[in-house]
Design a protein around this ligand. Structure first.
Ligand SMILES: [Zn+2]
Length: 68
């Protein structure tokens, strides 16, 4: 008579704080350990994409340089 959980919980490393994070449906922020870590990661990603101006777009119509 043992009670086992329907979904086994897996512990993964939180990409933000490198701590333990429960990877299961009850953790809405997985693979992050908490809402805070998820928001921090999204914030870093967003600010990075804003910082990089993507200069390659200027040379987008250049014919493939690899042919010659
Ligand atoms: Zn975390």
């Amino acid at each position: 008579m043992s009670e086992s959980p329907a979904v086994p919980e897996k512990i993964v490393t939180c990409p933000q704080c490198k701590g333990d994070s429960v990877y299961s449906p009850r953790n809405a922020y997985r693979p992050f350990c908490s809402e805070r870590c998820k928001n921090l990661d999204l914030g870093a990603w967003a600010s990075e994409s804003f910082r990089v101006p993507a200069p390659e777009q200027l040379a987008d119509d250049t014919p493939s340089r690899h042919l010659q």
